[in-house]
Design a binder for this molecule. Sequence first.
Ligand SMILES: Nc1ncnc2c1ncn2[C@@H]1O[C@H](COP(=O)(O)OP(=O)(O)OP(=O)(O)O)[C@@H](O)[C@H]1O
Length: 272
Amino acid sequence: MSLICESLGFAYNGRPILADISFRVERGELCAVLGRNGSGKSTLLACLCGLERPRSGRVTINGLDITRADRASVARTVSLVPQEHVDIFPFPVLDVVVMGRTAHLGLSGRPTPEDYEAAMDVLRTLNAAHLATRNFNRISGGERQTALLARALLQTREALLMDEPTNHLDFNNQHTLLARIRELCRQRGTRVVATLHDPNVARLFADHVIMLRDGHIIAQGPPSEVMTEDSVSRLYETPTRRITTAEGMELFLPEMAWEAAVGNGTRGNNAP
Ligand SMILES: Nc1ncnc2c1ncn2[C@@H]1O[C@H](COP(=O)(O)OP(=O)(O)OP(=O)(O)O)[C@@H](O)[C@H]1O
């Protein structure tokens, strides 16, 4: 069964933030949410995992009504990798990752050796086994991002929400990690919703994109169909150019950046 968001509406202190948001994500699909700063992307993720309560509509994941279910059932169904990582875990990374098992623990409330082995396995899958014994508060932003992703992957196979997963990652790691997540989630049948700032990353990795402007969906569907010069320009409220490479790959650039790089006949000319 899918992740289904139906006619969702949300307001902060009476100020509408999201209106009439409807979409679905099937098992193994990666859905990217694109939009300007403040368009409501993080709020949408918070509603999808029950951190915020929508004022209308509902969210179901694999049949579980997230807006009504108890916290433990929600935690066994959907995990979130947040955007900000504060220094709250003065523990080895392996202990942070194993916290992902909390909602699954028996009466003793203590993780078993199998839980630790599973945590180690996820770290290995993300090429991060070397972080296991490092103090979470003393690793880099990108390494924390990877540790929190491992924790989220350990928490559940049903649905994974990621808020700007590439924020702290270098050029190579952004692409390597997203490719790995996509492959892993396809294998495990995990539904993924990720907010992304770079439309080109969404174009490369997403199965479905949601274009969110001022809390409304202006377009959604497969990136090859819905990401056009016109829709991307409207989304970011800036003229955007689509470039098709010789291999047929499509890239988007703000017109301003295009002009600065190749406009006015200065292409390839280093003269001032
Ligand atoms: N706790 C809060 N109380 C009141 N308003 C909030 C709160 N959190 C966010 N907002 C407001 O809700 C709107 C949507 O914020 P949100 O964080 O969802 O946007 P976003 O698209 O994720 O932005 P960004 O790309 O900058 O991370 C913004 O106007 C923001 O100021």
